[in-house]
Design a protein around this ligand. Structure first.
Ligand code: BG6
Length: 274
């Protein structure tokens, strides 16, 4: 079943699973299992005009601060997608026992390289699939972009770690972008963590049993601001102890999408059997 109230689109699957997607940024803000247990962190604080702090904001067309030169140089951190109002296509893509799926779309602002984004969120018995389509609507120019699904997994970072990153190269943004090789079987983002892992395996797992499968999103960012979040105006006190961000993306470089062509990136989050 799909319902919409103000900016919130709610998907409920026959199994009792549910998800909520905001039209602000097409941000998934809730993913609950059949026992109504929440699996995404959402800050209790919200700052008007800013991206939603929690859920799954989409970074596009830049990850982090934009390059000093070029058509994105004056964009805010993580680009325009997460702070834009997306259009909700009311025609359900799917609404059956097999799954419930909705689609939101966004055209690039007129001053930016032209692109159309289509985001599909699909809920099935144990899974949430988020699929981002990027279409280069120019008939002549290449579209450069980075894209990332900034996923706030609910759980204390001391207890919930990330498996599958051992051996991967990463840039430690907390240490000036030094490149290191991950040596841990389980990565814990307890304490200030901002690591950009490059070319990671497509199958990652959290130690709480949540699985993350990704497609066409080669890199993975693991982030937790720890107590530095005290200065954030959209984070409730102690909120940083409630999540670990695991963010599949194409961020190491700018993807160069040819005129008229389409790119698709996806992550599927699978809950442990209940
Ligand atoms: O505060 P923002 O803009 O949502 O960004 C949060 C974090 O997002 C992560 O993806 C970046 O690697 C961090 O550097 C950044 O601090």
């Amino acid at each position: 079943m799909i319902t919409k109230e103000n900016d919130a689109i709610k998907l409920v699957h026959d199994s009792g699973n549910s998800a909520v997607v905001s039209t602000l940024g097409a941000t998934v803000v809730s993913f609950q299992d059949a026992h109504k247990k929440e699996h995404l962190f959402l800050s209790e604080k919200r700052k008007p005009g800013k991206a939603i702090r929690g859920g799954i904001p989409i970074a596009f067309p830049v990850f982090g601060k934009p390059p000093a030169e070029g058509p994105y140089s004056d964009l805010p951190q993580h680009g325009y997608a997460r702070i834009s109002e997306w259009s909700y296509d009311e025609t359900p893509v799917m609404d059956s026992k097999d799954g419930v799926s909705v689609r939101l779309t966004l055209d690039s602002p007129p001053t930016r390289p032209p692109a159309t984004l289509v985001y599909t969120v699909t809920l099935t018995a144990h899974q949430l699939a988020c699929t981002l389509h990027v279409k280069n609507t120019s008939s002549s120019d290449v579209l450069p972009f980075q894209a990332l699904l900034h996923t706030y997994h609910l759980g204390n970072p001391r207890n919930v770690g990330v498996k599958g990153l051992k051996g991967a190269r990463f840039n430690d943004k907390t240490a000036g972008g030094n490149t290191l090789i991950e040596s841990h079987d389980v990565v814990h983002a307890d304490g200030l963590t901002d690591s950009v892992y490059l070319a990671t395996t497509n199958e990652l797992e959290l130690t709480n049993g949540v699985k993350i499968r990704k497609h066409n999103l080669p890199d993975t960012v693991v982030w937790n601001p720890s107590e530095s979040a005290k200065s954030m105006d959209d984070m409730h006190d102690g909120g940083w102890n409630e999540f670990v961000c695991v963010e599949p993306g194409h961020v190491n470089d700018f993807y160069q999408l040819e005129a008229g062509k389409e790119w698709v990136g996806m992550q599927v989050i699978t809950l442990p059997s209940q």
